[in-house]
Design a protein around this ligand. Structure first.
Ligand SMILES: Nc1ncnc2c1ncn2[C@@H]1O[C@H](COP(=O)(O)OP(=O)(O)OP(=O)(O)O)[C@@H](O)[C@H]1O
Length: 629
């Protein structure tokens, strides 16, 4: 037996689902009603262009939202195409039947499909999330007579004669008690700004109660002296939105000031952005937008990016990870992509390969811009580097494609205050410390080592940000043979003179081990060029990194604590104190004082002393001072 039939839906069951669950955010009803109003106007304009309708009203096209807190109503008004009774029956009474789709189908060869926002035929019903009763009072361009539709949120409606006089539609929402927040003028304005700030037609938000109060105010008095009536200042109402946002223009039509102004207005950020990227493509998908690099603060945690996503000037959502690669979320910007595969609620995307392509495109564009800046405006690139470095490094860690493009344009700030690429650094280091990059992780703590480096014509690079730890490992992984060493981890060739004379190393090791009561102490005699440093501490790079990693993962204390064994005491055979220790037979007290003090001084230049060590150090220092006299 075979049979065919139509599935049917019981509106009393499906209606509550649409009202409650279709849209995640209740405030979305503003976007839905305003986009319907814009659609209605755009459709009418199209018909006028095609000669199928005439604008007999002649007033500027606009959408007005009026809030009346006293009467608990919101009114959405447009002077668009309007609806006939049949159209109400068709598009409003039939849930999920879109007049927008119908219109597009009819005029598919004559208009750009993206001009119309509606798609699914459900948006209007989102208004029942906040309203009990809704009325539509509408005059179609075709009939000129008003039709009124009323529904209290149940599954029945009534249609009667309306009272609207001119073409267009007035939709009145009687706001429920739970949603009364939308009756607040500021909340409403903010919501509309959020969703509609770039919609293509002017939108006005009016506070009916305030207008009324203004009307009731006494008429201005005559100023006796000059016999003049002071007219009240007339404030021209301004639309809440920008119908031609900057990103819709061609990049060569936009001035620097306009970019900055757009940034200020859109993100309410009064710090100047460093620079920006104007995205503009038509193929293989359409995408426009501007991405701004904000001036970053130094800790990654405090960077708060915002990328707003639009679909044909209608706000979709913020910081959508599928479209915008995660590392780019540190930027601020707007992206408008009419080809986004949106689902009904529009805040979610139907995740498919296409979305990934958009993300790849954006990543590529950002890298291209940075590279062009490096090549064409190298001085600026260097100037911005400190600010953009955390963002770029984060991008390199997260996206291998981004790293591949950027790898030759990553800069390192040196202790000579210059900015160099890795290959430039390695080139200069060839003679003295081939394939080793010395870095400073804390300028203050490692200042002694920096001085030593400078005295010997060497330079190290600053890698002080929290992102630098993983970044260093990443760089080592991708640059075979290159080793990053903290400035106190090893002695660079240029610090050393000729081969050290190790004949006294054993004696000196013995002396220090005995005085410090540490049989494991590692001592190395070196021939340092500098004569001002008798002793210094080197910290094993591997153990230190291991230690830091454990700390990061909250495992400190589980492994061996960073003991004295990870340290090597370097003694400079060129220094008279070390020379005396090696060659003379000093008495026990002098030897003990010297060894303990040289060790503490070396430690002090590297790290802070423990309270006990500090106490001993101070006591000994005072004793030594006393010996001068
Ligand atoms: N202000 C209006 N003026 C004229 N027609 C309207 C207006 N509001 C709604 N309509 C008609 O009602 C239809 C249904 O609207 P609804 O918002 O439910 O869906 P949609 O806009 O077509 O699609 P979507 O669910 O994607 O928003 C519209 O397509 C349009 O034909």
């Amino acid at each position: 037996m075979s049979k065919q039939g139509n599935l049917s839906i019981h509106s009393e069951n499906i209606f509550p689902i649409i009202k409650k669950w279709l849209y995640s955010d209740h405030d979305i009803f503003t976007r839905e009603l305003i986009s319907n109003a814009c659609d209605a106007i755009l459709k009418f304009k199209k018909l006028c262009d095609l000669g199928e309708a005439t604008d007999t009203v002649g007033e500027p096209f606009k959408v007005t939202v009026t809030v009346n807190e006293k009467e608990k109503i919101l009114v959405f008004e447009d002077n668009g195409i309007g609806m006939t009774e049949e159209e109400i029956e068709k598009y409003i009474n039939q849930i999920a039947f879109s007049g927008a789709e119908d219109f597009l189908e009819k005029y598919k060869d004559k208009m750009d499909q993206d001009q119309i926002i509606g798609h699914f035929g459900l948006g209007f019903y989102s208004a029942f999330m906040v309203a009990g009763t809704i009325t539509i009072d509408t005059v179609s361009y075709q009939t000129g007579t008003a039709v009124k539709w009323t529904c209290d949120g149940g599954t029945t409606y009534s249609i009667s004669e309306g009272s609207r006089e001119t073409r267009g539609t007035t939709i009145t929402l009687h706001i429920t008690e739970e949603s009364k927040e939308f009756l607040n003028f500021y909340t409403l304005s903010q919501t509309i700004e959020k969703y509609c700030s770039f919609m293509p037609l002017p939108i006005y938000v009016v506070d009916a109660c305030r207008e009324e109060t203004a009307k009731d105010e006494p008429t201005p008095e005559v100023n006796e002296e000059d016999n003049e009536v002071k007219a009240p200042e007339v404030v021209e109402p301004k639309p809440i939105n920008d119908t031609h946002p900057l990103y819709t223009k061609q990049p060569n039509e936009c001035s620097v000031e306009e970019y900055k102004e757009f940034y200020r207005k859109t993100f309410m950020d009064f710090h100047e952005p460093l620079f920006w990227i104007h995205l503009n493509m038509d193929y293989p998908f359409r995408l426009k937008g501007i991405l701004y690099f904000p001036k970053l603060s130094h800790e990654l945690e405090t960077i708060e990016g915002r990328i707003k996503l639009y679909n044909n000037q209608v706000f979709v959502a913020e910081n959508i990870k599928e479209v915008i690669p995660e590392f780019l979320l540190l930027l601020k910007g707007v992206i408008d992509c009419p080809d986004l595969p949106l689902n009904v609620s529009r805040s979610l995307l139907q995740n498919d390969g296409f979305v990934k392509k958009i993300a790849d495109y954006i990543t590529k564009k950002v890298a291209d811009k940075l590279i062009s800046l490096y090549k064409k405006e190298n001085e600026d690139y260097k100037k911005f580097w400190d600010d953009i470095a955390p963002f770029i490094k984060y991008g390199c860690l997260r996206e291998s494609k981004f790293y591949d493009k950027m790898k030759d344009y990553l800069l390192f700030k040196t202790t000579d205050d210059t900015y160099v690429t890795l290959s430039e650094y390695l080139e200069t280091a060839k003679e003295t410390h081939e394939n080793k990059v010395f870095y400073v992780s804390n300028k203050d703590q490692q200042s002694q080592y920096i001085t030593l480096f400078k005295e010997n014509g060497l330079s190290a690079v600053y890698l002080e940000h929290s992102i630098d730890n993983p970044f260093i490992s990443h760089m080592e992984m991708h640059n075979q043979g290159v080793k990053f060493m903290r400035i106190d981890a090893d002695i660079a060739g240029a610090l050393k003179g000729e081969e050290a004379d190790k004949t006294h190393e054993e004696k000196l090791t013995g002396l220090f081990r005995k005085v410090l009561n540490n049989e494991q102490l590692k001592v190395s005699v070196e021939n340092l060029k500098s004569q001002s440093v008798p002793s210094m501490i080197l910290v094993s790079e591997e153990s230190r990194r291991m230690q830091e990693m454990m700390k990061m993962y909250g495992m400190a204390g589980m492994g061996m604590p960073m003991g004295q064994n990870e340290l090597t005491l370097v003694l400079n055979q060129n220094h008279p104190l070390i020379d005396s220790l090696a060659h003379k037979d000093l008495d026990e007290e002098t030897t003990s004082l010297l060894c303990a003090h040289l060790y503490d001084l070396a430690l002090l230049a590297n790290q802070t002393l423990s309270p006990e060590a500090m106490h001993n150090f101070l006591e000994r220092s005072n004793k030594l001072l006393g010996m001068i006299l």
